[in-house]
Design a protein around this ligand. Sequence first.
Ligand code: SAM
Length: 551
Amino acid sequence: MAQKRAFNEGKRHFKKNKKQKTTTVSDGSNEDVLLADVRRLLKTTNSSEGQKVEPQEQTEIDVNISELSSTGDGLAHKDGSVIVVPFAVPGDTVTAKVYKNNSDQGYALADFVKVVQAGEHRTEKPGCGYFTKCSGCQFQHLPYAYQLAHKRTVVERAYQNFSKLPASAVPSVRDTCGSPLIYGYRTKLTPHFDGPPGGRQSRRKGEKPTWDEVPPIGFMLKGTRKTLDIEDCPIGTDAVRRGNKRERKRVAENIDQYQRGATLLLRENTERVKKDDTQAEKKDTENGDDVVVEDRGDFLHRKTCITDQRAISTEYIDDYRLDNPAGAFFQNNNSILPLVTQYIRENILGPDAGSESPIKNMIDAYCGSGFFTITLSSMFKQSVGIDISHQSIDFASKNASLNNLPKDSVRFIAGDANALFDAFDRSKFPADETAVVIDPPRKGCDEGFISQLMDYGPKRLCYVSCNVHTQARDVGWLVGGLGERQGMYEIESIRGFDFFPQTSHVEGVAFLKRVDKDVSAEPASKEGEVTAASNEDQSESAAPTAKENAT
Ligand SMILES: C[S@@+](CC[C@H](N)C(=O)[O-])C[C@H]1O[C@@H](n2cnc3c(N)ncnc32)[C@H](O)[C@@H]1O
């Protein structure tokens, strides 16, 4: 009998220092991920136990960086504590200034001060003048191959730390797929500025707040809650960078019209025009510097930057046109998306699937404005996407029409993924003929969703996630079980995709297959009949045991 797994491991409470305050660390948060790395490092370096010297806050110390954390920080072991230093590289000796000592957790957070001796991997000239000040990028001093190799390790550790699966249940993580563009890739940036000093008091008194000067407009200064003024961000696309310049000028000229701080939207928009379109040429001349023109074979892509949240932005991926409300979620690195869709096409039917694949249907849970449903639709007889946002579903339906997809085979439903399996006719989507794509927000799937998914028991799963740590937890449930529910899947492959070069983020794509019953060993069932219940019985043998789970 397989081990029953804790139903909700989502929130853990840690006692904090002498005041006995507790803090909640949610699954997959930066703190949770860092803690797992700290514990592992302390375990492997327990030789100095008993001679622990707590680093004093506000003191400067020199430390040798031994590894990179999954959050992108350098980790050093010193006198029984782990010192966490941003912008540091394994092999570096750096001076760091401790600003927070989490002694009960065994680590201290420090600011990077300077490099004393550079490690061998610190070879790149950062592409941005704000590097080591801006909190956006962590890796501009690292060669791209090193960044990709590190992200593979991040995915590996995610499964070691959060899936609760034995190593034997997790296949070797594939090499990270790199992004074709490593700068100039971000199609969306959202710089912000803070309100005027004393603004709240002025408003309370019924007075209009005034500005002494134009405030910094940009991103967070690393390790603080202050805004760093950013004139230019080289990970943005050319159109977005031009938009940033324009928006900064507009805000500076109109700052008196703002009573509070604000977040600006910079979203790339693409207009596809035939090469001989003289009207488009005229527009380009009129709009001058605002338009970036890219040659795409028979077409030109005219790229501009949208700043109105309610406007519609357009992107082209694999020749599909996808419209989206500019302020709503859409993937931010257009250059890597064709590689992701290609990879999913190559794997979603299974490694042995030829033209005779039993998989005829696709369900896209958390579908947004239909990116996966639409770009993969040609592989399936019918596809259905579901998303909690009515606005996204409206756009998904419009996108299906824009791409001339038949209404009877590509459909979208507005609703909670947790109720997904009540929302459509299961008999039209037999589990044996269906693949489910899952692409939830950073917090991952709800337990309710995972349980329902296992009740339904689709033959194949493709789990895409921008948080490989919550993804590993959820995959652990699907394979190892959740609460009373036994797991019923096996991991086929795991691979990271580098959606955000120069940063510590990695997108995970995992393929899972249902562990099917060996019908020859079960005389009572009819040949070929595989039900969710029978899969559940069978999964016991595939699920890890209590002992394995504990390792
Ligand atoms: C990471 S986005 C993925 C969107 C889409 N797959 C794409 O690539 O553009 C996550 C999506 O999950 C949706 N979402 C969040 N919670 C949900 C829930 N409980 N049920 C259904 N959709 C949900 C959000 O509206 C968002 O569109």
